[in-house]
Design a protein around this ligand. Structure first.
Ligand code: KE4
Length: 426
């Protein structure tokens, strides 16, 4: 496989950008080797600077739910750009986006738009503390909520991949109010709330954690969290940056029938452009400036290009979208399981809708501790083998894979042929 141009670009990037990347997980450090440099993407495919073609299961980490560069999104951006790229004053598109989110997510009465998932979570945490006048936040190990200082504790995604889930540069004082418990562990949550009675502003979680690979909530776990937080006046905060509009139009909260107090979004609602949003009950949201005492702001919040791209993406979501995503997911899962069994390679394959992760371990994988049992060296070999066969998985065992509506039966079959070939070499 030719990679001369990507190698040249990476060599130059290394002299200019820390690690040669603008986000750590892209550096391939978890799987070894050097990242390719993408120059074009369309539908389920992505091409690198050397002309190599890949079926893409990263989907720019979630936004590309309709595949890359759907004509409707490209046209929406083109049209919006001709009217100006940013106004710094309210524009009709941000009202339309807010209406769309409120209509799609029953737990949301008001929403504030911002520029990234990290911003959305950081702001939601500040709002929860300002509204409850309590300081403590409970999070779950392995869950990643962006690089928010107070939540970079036993975080997932790149933080987990690089083995420093507790980042340098975060003063102890910034995390003294953050309490971490194992995911899917009701007893640990109950004990922690009892030990911090009256001090906890909120419990934040990815309802389907997708930053330590992918594992679902155990049956009843989300209902338990909703019940115990209501009993103790603790806010339940769903970080749906990854799952929002991906697992259902109303996100994981629709899929599991839970109404959190606050929700965070990103990715899909920006159609590939920088975006974030957080929303919830009116009585909470109205604590935000300029109405209330909790400050939050952003130069490019509600940016017309991101709104135009996001609205085009949301307009493409239909019941059929989720049916197709689930069918493709089921086809991939069935094939992966059969191939691993034939090859006698232990793989715990988790999937919820169009999000999936194959762990190289017997399994089951229900939490971070289970996930950490995976054979990362075997994953790295699998990753590079697939890449050589033209299939691009997330470059870390601790990331989720994403299927788009552009991944049809042919793309899945092509993927499974590559998986069969590579699995035999592990
Ligand atoms: P951003 O600030 O990267 O837009 O969103 C942070 C974030 C918040 N919450 C959840 C559940 C997330 O998954 C993310 C970001 N996801 C990672 C993928 N694991 C983004 C990829 C990256 O960091 O480069």
């Amino acid at each position: 496989m030719k990679n001369g141009r990507s190698r040249e670009l990476f060599a130059t990037a290394l002299g200019l950008i820390p690690g040669g990347v603008n986000s750590p997980v892209r550096a391939f450090r978890a799987v070894g080797g050097e990242p390719f440099f993408a120059v074009r993407a369309k539908g389920a495919k992505i091409w690198d600077a050397d002309g190599n073609e890949y079926i893409d299961y990263v989907g720019t980490w979630g936004p590309a739910i309709h595949g890359h560069a759907p004509p409707q999104i490209v046209e929406a951006i083109r049209e919006a750009a001709e009217q100006g790229t940013s106004f710094g004053i309210p524009n009709p598109l941000e009202v339309e986006m807010a209406q769309w989110i409120v209509n799609a997510v029953p737990s949301i009465e008001k929403v504030r738009l911002c520029n990234s998932g990290t911003e959305a979570v950081m702001s939601a945490i500040r709002l929860a503390r300002g509204f409850t006048k309590r300081d403590k936040i409970i999070k779950f190990d392995g869950c990643y909520h962006g690089h928010v200082d107070s939540l970079l504790v036993k975080a997932g995604s790149g933080a987990l991949t690089f083995g420093h889930p507790d980042s340098a540069g975060v003063p102890a004082a910034f995390v003294e109010h953050t309490v971490v418990v194992p995911f899917n562990d009701e007893e640990a949550v109950r004990r922690t709330l009892d030990a911090n009675r009256g001090q906890v502003a909120g419990i934040i979680l990815e309802p389907v954690p997708g930053n330590a690979g992918l594992y679902p909530p155990r049956p009843g776990f989300l209902e338990f969290l909703r019940r115990i937080t209501t009993e103790q006046d603790v806010l339940l905060i769903f970080d749906e940056v990854m799952t929002g509009f991906r697992l259902a139009r109303g996100g994981a909260q629709e899929l599991y029938g839970i109404k959190p107090d606050l929700s965070c979004f990103g990715k899909v609602i920006g159609g590939g452009l920088p975006v974030g949003a957080f929303g919830g009950r009116r009585e909470i949201m109205d604590h935000l400036a300029p109405l209330g005492p909790v400050y939050q702001a952003g130069t490019l919040s509600g940016n017309p290009l991101a709104m135009a791209a996001g609205l085009a993406s949301l307009r493409l979501l239909s019941t059929e979208t989720y049916q197709r995503l689930d069918e493709s997911g089921a086809q991939l899962e069935k094939g992966m399981r059969e191939i691993a069994a034939r090859a006698n390679v232990p793989v715990a394959f988790n999937r919820v809708g169009s999000m999936f992760c194959g762990y190289f371990t017997e399994g089951p994988v229900w939490n971070l501790e289970d996930a950490l049992r995976s054979d990362r060296a075997r994953f790295a070999k699998f990753f590079h083998g697939l890449l050589h066969e033209g299939v691009y998985l997330a470059p870390s065992q601790f990331e989720a894979g994403f299927i788009s509506t552009a991944h049809g039966s042919e793309e899945i079959d092509q993927t499974l042929r590559a998986v069969e070939k590579v699995m035999a070499t592990l």
